[in-house]
Design a protein around this ligand. Structure first.
Ligand code: ADP
Ligand code: MG
Length: 242
């Protein structure tokens, strides 16, 4: 479980969020929503230790993430964290296999081979390990990035607009796979502006107006959205992402 406590971040006079306190449950997918520029990517980067909040604390499974040494940050990124980006962030000029090998934990040769093959099969890339990554379409590249998560099974997965550049079939596979990782116990936080992805998540954190110290302004709340972004629990029978 991820705890965000009293988090504040601003760039100059622009306050992204002020005193933001939220809990992101484990074994669930949580949508991180809000208009462009509301600080979704910045929040993911603060949780992933790529950026720092101005004040406040972040804890994962009881362990503090703010103010940790660079050594501890490296171990957290290696052992606990998985990132999925809109632009895939694969290693260029290499093969599918090489992109997965860097993510593999230390295992016997036989186990490594089996885990790699299982991950590729899970994302529909079975038997293609030797292909160069630049042969892959955008959807296939994101599926390879997913396979990289599957071989590592990180406890915390941060996904920044992971379906933003994908067609419906690939987006459905990405969300379906993230759901499986969540069902296996991972804490999954997905920044998205896609209503279908949002609705596929059981929980939501909405960054609309979080830059106001007093929270969202009063007024009508769109159906299905909670003004605090907490406690929303809705799950469609099937996931369709468009
Ligand atoms: P979102 O992902 O919700 O679209 P971002 O987290 O990317 O929002 O950005 C939030 C705001 O912070 C934007 O207005 C952006 O211009 C600003 N911002 C992000 N990174 C920096 C930076 N390094 N320096 C100054 N402003 C930044
Ligand atoms: Mg963003």
């Amino acid at each position: 479980m991820l705890h965000i406590d009293g988090l504040t971040k601003s760039y100059g006079r622009h306050i992204l969020w002020s005193d933001l306190t939220r809990t992101v449950p484990s074994a669930a997918m949580t949508a991180l929503t809000g208009p462009s520029g509301s600080g979704k990517s910045t929040l993911l980067n603060c949780i992933g230790l790529l950026d720092r909040p101005d004040s406040g604390d972040i804890r994962f499974d009881g362990r503090p993430l703010s103010g940790v040494s660079s050594h501890r940050a490296r171990i957290f990124r290696r052992d606990t964290l998985g990132y999925l980006f809109q632009n895939y962030a694969l290693i260029p000029d290499t093969t599918i296999k090489e992109n997965l090998q860097v993510a593999l934990p230390r295992l016997s040769r036989r186990e490594s081979r089996a885990r790699l093959a299982d991950a590729l099969a899970a994302v529909g890339l079975a038997g293609r390990a030797q292909e160069p990554t630049h042969h892959l379409s955008g959807g296939e590249q994101q599926r390879l990035a997913l396979a990289r998560l599957i071989v590592r099974k990180p406890a915390l997965i941060l996904a920044d607009e992971p379906t933003g550049a994908l067609d419906e079939d690939n987006a459905t596979m990405v969300i379906g796979t993230l759901r499986q990782l969540a069902e296996a116990g991972a804490t999954v936080l997905i920044a998205t502006h896609n209503a279908t992805v949002r609705d596929a998540c059981g929980e939501q954190i909405d960054l609309t107006c979080t830059g106001h110290p007093d929270g969202p302004p009063p007024g009508p709340v769109p159906p299905g959205l909670s003004p605090t972004g907490r406690g929303r629990s809705r799950r469609p029978a099937s996931v369709r992402v468009g």
